[in-house]
Design a protein around this ligand. Structure first.
Ligand SMILES: Nc1ncnc2c1ncn2[C@@H]1O[C@H](COP(=O)(O)OP(=O)(O)OP(=O)(O)O)[C@@H](O)[C@H]1O
Ligand SMILES: [Mg+2]
Length: 589
């Protein structure tokens, strides 16, 4: 039997870069199509984040070139603030180095791994360094680098100062990739950028594909989203380990001071209340906080009540912007957008849901066999999520809703586009690839509420349209009948045929219009409660016969008086020859 020492003779430490090199699929590098979209995603989200933080209207260019049958070149360029040269190595050549991970802030990036992951993927598939051109207000550089995988740090291959372009800042990233495939399909770069444009109407995006075709997504608003605001952690969202780590790093003199200044919603009154739960004094220096004390504080936080976390740190796209974007792109017959109020999940993270549903026009998508399918556009902090739909909270919320109740009998085969954006300072992704949001009850529930709201509006639209169609058909049948008998009535009354016809039209329109209005009023009073929607739909599914009778019972007496005849005369009229077999108005219905 081998001795313990023998087993451990191969014990080694590995760098985070080595780990992700071996597990590149965790960062989204699995499958050739997905890998290319992941590259575009990481670069574009960084550019949009950088512009937003610097209050710049983003102009982004993405170019994809097929260099040879195996190799693709990606070039991405932004007009952000640029990156100072001294940070280039960490940003592009070191995993888990970023400016967002440690801040509770609503941005697209979170982990500090995205773009170093792109460098690593380029390097492991081509062996070539990547090229970065950075222009800040003060300096401009063209740098080539690799990642030293064992040390998780950049290896600069070349660096060259370049002359800055006046009034121009930004970053350009150029890299080669193998094991990737260009696709024009639903999960390819075009669709990714199209969706990015929908969710970021303030961004201008230019896309050049391998054929050289250039697509321009212009910005539809000049309004830059207000810069993201960092929020302090909320006491309800903290775990013991977080508290211990914060205490070690704190510069506050006392634990009391640390809790009050480094957390949100902890007032001096709350500190007094907290003290009552504890058997140690909050005046101790933070570094003296041990696990036992931290545990006691977190337990006390759970029993106490605090104001909910501030939600003004959230920056939704906004109903108007979503409406405009969906209208422009889908030109639907029905469109409704709902923005829920901000709320909190896990006790400590603020989030907000925005939902838009379009029906008809170009909504939905057609499969390659021409079959009509619905489409769910998922976004997290305005970044499109194109993969791992199955395990995502957005998909679950959409698929578990009883759409039949809202007038959509077979949503999966309907021309419907559902747009959902989750806005949060911390999106609970299911993995480092950031393509799917965890099914957390509060989040899934909020999405469902938003969808129900839109569903109710669709139901109203749908019933209205159906009634309109029924009434139009009925009007036509009545008119046909009326026009047939109009010449005989005119002859008997010695009036112009046109005059009689005109009167018939007025009369039919008035009656059909009145019934429609009556139906709408009845419908509007019964659609508030989603639980009752199915009953309402059934009740309004057909026009009650009583009302039809009213439509049939056109007031001939009135009509004849109006054109100078009498009711007597009117009633004594026999039907024209073709109607002599006893047919009545209802035969035409
Ligand atoms: N185009 C850019 N312009 C300015 N700064 C950038 C740009 N790209 C990256 N950065 C900076 O580099 C850091 C690291 O980027 P990286 O994509 O690795 O991580 P992240 O965006 O913070 O998080 P995530 O891993 O979720 O993408 C960012 O936090 C940002 O500060
Ligand atoms: Mg990033």
């Amino acid at each position: 039997m081998p001795k313990a020492d023998d087993l451990f003779k191969d014990l080694r430490e590995h760098s985070i870069a080595e780990f992700f090199r071996k597990n590149a699929q965790m960062l989204g590098y699995s499958g050739k199509i997905r890998s290319l979209t992941t590259v575009v995603h990481e670069l574009v989200t960084n550019s949009l984040d950088a512009c937003e933080e610097s209050n710049i209207l983003p102009s982004i260019t993405v170019e994809i070139k097929q260099i040879d049958p195996e190799t693709i070149l990606v070039r991405e360029m932004d007009n952000g603030p640029g990156i100072p040269k001294k940070h280039i190595s960490s940003v592009f050549g070191k995993m888990l180095a970023g400016t967002k991970f440690h801040r509770n802030i609503q941005l697209r990036g979170q982990q500090g791994i995205g773009v170093a992951g792109v460098t690593m993927f380029s390097q492991m598939t081509t062996g070539k360094p990547v090229e970065i051109i950075t222009i800040t207000k003060d300096e401009a550089w063209d740098i080539e680098l690799n990642i030293d995988i064992h040390k998780n740090r950049a290896d600069i291959v070349s660096e060259q100062r370049i002359s800055p372009v006046p009034e121009r800042t930004g970053v350009e990233y150029i890299a080669h990739f193998k094991d990737v495939q260009f696709s024009t399909g639903d999960q390819g770069p075009y669709e990714y950028l199209r969706r990015t444009a929908i969710a970021n109407p303030h961004a201008e995006i230019t896309y050049i594909d391998p054929s050289g075709a250039r697509v321009h997504f212009p910005r539809s608003t000049d309004q830059i989203p207000r810069p993201p605001v960092e929020v302090k952690p909320h006491p309800k969202g903290i775990i013991v380990d977080d508290l211990v780590i914060m205490a070690k790093a704190s510069k506050n003199r006392t634990l009391r001071g640390m809790l009050q200044t480094e957390f949100s919603r902890i007032s001096s009154a709350k500190i007094k209340e907290l003290q009552q739960y504890l058997d140690f004094d909050l005046g101790i220096p933070p570094r003296k906080l041990g696990w036992r004390e931290a545990e006691a504080i977190v337990k006390a936080f759970r029993k106490m009540s605090f104001l909910a976390p501030a939600t003004d740190c959230l920056r939704p796209i906004g109903e108007k912007n979503i409406e405009k974007a969906m209208q422009n792109i889908l030109a639907p017959e029905f469109l409704s957008v709902v923005e829920r109020r901000p709320t909190v999940y896990g006790g400590g993270y603020a989030f907000q849901i925005e939902v838009g549903v379009a029906h008809g026009g170009h909504a939905g998508r057609k499969t390659s066999s021409g079959e009509q399918r619905y489409e769910i556009m998922r976004f997290a902090n305005r970044a499109p999520l194109l993969f791992d739909a199955g395990g995502c909270a957005i998909t679950k919320a959409t698929q578990t809703l009883d759409w039949k109740r809202y007038g959509l009998k077979d949503i999966e085969h309907s021309p419907v586009t559902i747009f959902v954006n989750i806005v949060s300072t911390h999106i609970p992704y299911t993995g480092a690839g950031k393509q799917s949001v965890a099914d957390i009850q509060e989040i899934t529930q909020e999405i469902r509420f938003a969808l129900m709201d839109v569903g109710r509006k669709f139901n109203r639209f749908h019933s209205h349209r159906r009634r309109l169609q029924e009434h139009t058909a009925r009007r036509e049948r009545l008119l046909r009948y009326a026009m047939e008998i109009a010449p005989e009535i005119a002859e008997m009354l010695r009036r112009d045929k046109e005059e009689v016809e005109k009167k018939w039209i007025e009369l039919i329109d008035k009656h059909v219009g009145e019934i429609l209005e009556e139906d709408e009023t009845n419908e509007d009073t019964g659609l508030q409660d989603p639980e009752k929607d199915s009953e309402n739909r059934e009740a309004t599914g057909s026009i009650p016969s009583q009302k039809l009778n009213k439509a049939e019972d056109l007031n001939m007496e009135e009509s004849l008086k109006d054109i100078g005849g009498t009711a007597e005369e009117g009633r004594s009229l026999s039907l024209p020859s073709s109607h002599k077999e006893g047919r009545t108005l209802s035969d035409y219905m």
